[in-house]
Design a protein. Sequence first.
Length: 568
Amino acid sequence: MTGVWHVYDGAKKEGPLSAQEVATRYAAGELGEGALAWREGWPEWRPIAAALAWLGDAAGLETETKASTPQAKSPAPVGPALLALAIIVAATACGKWLFDAQSQVIGAGSPATVVQSYRLLVAGMAAAMAGVVVPSWWLCGRVRRWRPNSLAPGLVRALLVLGATLGAIFIVLQLRLTPLVRDIANREAAQVAKVTFQPAGRWVDIQGAIGPRLTAQVSQSLRAHPDAAGIRIDSPGGMTSEALRVARIIETRGLDVRVEHECVSACIAILVSGRRRTAEWNARIALHALAPVVNTYPAFLELITQQGRGEFEGYVADHGMPKAWINEAEAIGPRQVRPTPPPDLLAVGVLTAVTRDGAPLNVDNAKWLWVEAQAGERNGVAEMLEAVRVSAPHVVRASADELYSSVGSGDPRRAGDSIRSVLGPVVDRAQTTAAAGPTYLQMESSLDQLTYLSRAGDWSACEAYLEGRLASGSGSPELKRREMIATAAMIRSAGQAGWRTIETRAEDLAAARQVASAAAQRVTALGLSSGAHGSDRGKCLAALYGLQGLDRMGAERGAAAWQALLEH
């Protein structure tokens, strides 16, 4: 409505001018009362005062018209908005990377370096947070100008204020944790594994806990010995971040990994990284739930532990470790370990071979050796199991899986029943096959045990002993151990004889039957019955008297007569 104006002050014409310029000049006295004004659409010039009066009325009409007429929207700030969004995304990614890097800082060097790196990381996170908040705040302002009636910018700014406040609190807490980080670094610095090169076999040996600078030590050793065949490790565990770095070096170079004694917790990552992975049959290999290296448990350490746990578990799972085993270790907690015996690791492919003194074992022998180790020296069971492994490989092949499963179940009753079911038939066969000397020793041991039980009057235990030679009872542990050692010798003798049944001479069988008849008569004279339904005491005494009679015949004849009696 204001249009283009022209003015005439009596001397000259001026224009075109805007209405604002005309009003300003009139107010300043540059245009007097005699001046004239004209605008497009007027048929004639008008006095300046009348023109300005008309202008005032027209301005009010224009304002009212603008208020009632829809206005065109200004274009959205696309370029600046895209730039701000790019800054926000980059700052977010940088902050995420810096936060993840915290899990790698502890143990990355000397305690002083660790603390300095930690502070730089915290400062970087603060800068990244500012890189998110400032552009976001500016972008909200641009949106508000573009859409004045939108509520979104206000809500976003409120969230930014809340986020910035929480972020500032987080940064302050991070800085206050610096002494704790120094303490962690000092503790981890004490864990320094010994790394040496063994020319025999071209192994790089790692012995001890996995601590800071292990990656540097291993890298230095491999550079000095480029012909190294692999890594031989003996470690109770340590820092997972350092173990993963070493594992990736091993995997990249295609090195072998061997465990001879122990590999627990973080060490597992190094084991699974090898091209060929071998372990001694009795090596202690176990999974372990990860935990912070200090008892203090602030929120950021828990987050770092979770992040490190996920990376470690993902790595070992990708290299063949069953996820179910990893979950079991996590369920047990960090105070205990989840054993993973070498035969199990061989079965699932984590190990490529199980060895004994460096020589590969088949799966059955590896399982049998493991069962022997679990039996230990208790009651001579280990000696008997060893005798079967050496002398009866056919029994090992047929029974290794069941025996390994039952002993590994942790159920003593099931394990005992399984051992008895395997060894019982072997002992019976050995008694009729072994040479006279070992057979006689086993017979004498049985006689000693029966004598001990009869003198103690423990007839129920005596009957249990007769029902199954390995059955538990209240007999003398030392006598049981001696008998099992003698039985083991008898099994070895039977194996040397090729498990061929010795043909019994008629006189040996006749002598045995005569001894057995005399023992039965003696029991009957005591008023006891030794038959199938006789008393426990009668059965035990009949066996005792019979063994005494055989013992009096001497080693050769007594053993032969006993063998003949067992065969018939």
